[in-house]
Design a binder for this molecule. Sequence first.
Ligand code: SF4
Ligand code: SF4
Length: 499
Amino acid sequence: MRIRTQIVMVMNLDKCLGCHTCSITCKNVWASRPGAEYMWFNNVETRPGPGYPKRWEDQEKYKGGWVLKNGKLVLRSGGAISRLLNIFHNPHLPIIDDYYEPWSYNYEELANSEEKEHQPVARPYSLLDGKYIDAPKWGPNWNDDLAGGTFTASMDPNIEKLQKQIALEYEKTFMMYLPRLCNHCLNPACVAACPAGAIYKRHEDGIVLVDQESCRGWRFCITACPYKKVYFNWETKKSEKCTFCYPRIEAGLPTVCSETCVGRIRYLGPILYDADRILEVASTKDEKDLYEAQLSLFLNPFDPDVIAEARRQGISDAWINGAQRSPAYKMVVQWRIAFPLHPEYRTLPMIFYIPPLSPILDVNGKDLSPEEYIPFVDNMRIPLEYLASLFTAGDTKPIRMALLRLIAMRIHMRKITVGDVNENAYNKLMNEAGLEPSQLEEMHRLLSIAKYNERFVIPTANRNPEKHLDIHKGACGFEEIGEYNYKVAPKDLRIRNIR
Ligand code: SF4
Ligand code: SF4
């Protein structure tokens, strides 16, 4: 058993407002430079919809992630030779139209215009070539709040898969927000696809970074990432991606998107896992079993044997203690209410999502008794099948259980604070949800009123400047080798403790 540490993010989608503050603050800090105009390391998608870049989940088109071939895990984009054959023309890369043509407005015209009969207009112009454009036709969140209705909703690959179960008629339609960033995967396809070895996963916290000096701009990482979270900077001719705000994490501070999140939906905490089992878990045969298999990688930080072994392998007590206090461990492993995005891509993503509750869909005037809580979960406006398509490779059972637990938490707290709860229905719900009242109370505290240091548990004392994790190129699993050597941002960009 090789015990390793990873900082994990959990997002509670029940609380996301779709305000995009996370995207804007991230962009201001990291991607507000020439060549990066179209990049959104963090973006918030309205679902159902095509996302950013358009239809990124369509792996037939983009060839991202891993697949099992004769029981062996291989990159969907092919082996080294077939990828090298695409070096001058890669048909699987998203083009600028799949993202959007970044634009701004000629605001100077408003201030400097000569006196005219009509009011001056700030015309839109392209940030790529500086020429005026008639009107922007697409953007990173063009279908915000379902603008575009059934047209953009039906461009969602998950909807396509589920066409039989999901109707997009006006009275039955639904929406939710899906904030996305690099998943800092345990089995990152981007790292495995890079022939130059320019992308690497850090030893101490699992952050995946691009070494700007080693990157040759071949863009195999962009094809290989199934989440399309590596971008090509057309000015520097290098790949770039979310850095998980590593200078802040090193200082024990949350990422900028987490710090500024208006809905306080984001949580950060360490998890201990067994690195020896990555290949076995990512090679799980049935994709519907991948979610469970991924959970089995995580180690119990309260287990005395795990603690002893972690210490023996050089993991500091600060990290062991952090793993015990980790909000991510509670939500992902203990309560099982948070899920990885598209586990079927087999990259073992380390960003987890609590699925959103939604209003009851009152189809055909069918009345649900307010005293029966369980039927609510099967009659929600966002279909279970849709959430399962996003988070559990189509298995609805774990999603249903997570939603039941979220309802149980609410009813239990209502019983404590208001008291008007039907005892029989309450007991039935508690039985099915399978969590103790004390666990529901802890869950309520964490999900609703938790303080800053409960939401963000970020130990800083696990630095090992001699090592980083090196994934074998074209393969799965990793070794610790090499010099600790990141160059994604100059040192003066490091952020000091601002709290
Ligand atoms: S999401 Fe995973 S595969 Fe994609 S860039 Fe991030 S670490 Fe790499
Ligand atoms: S800042 Fe928070 S609430 Fe607002 S869109 Fe981003 S994740 Fe959602």
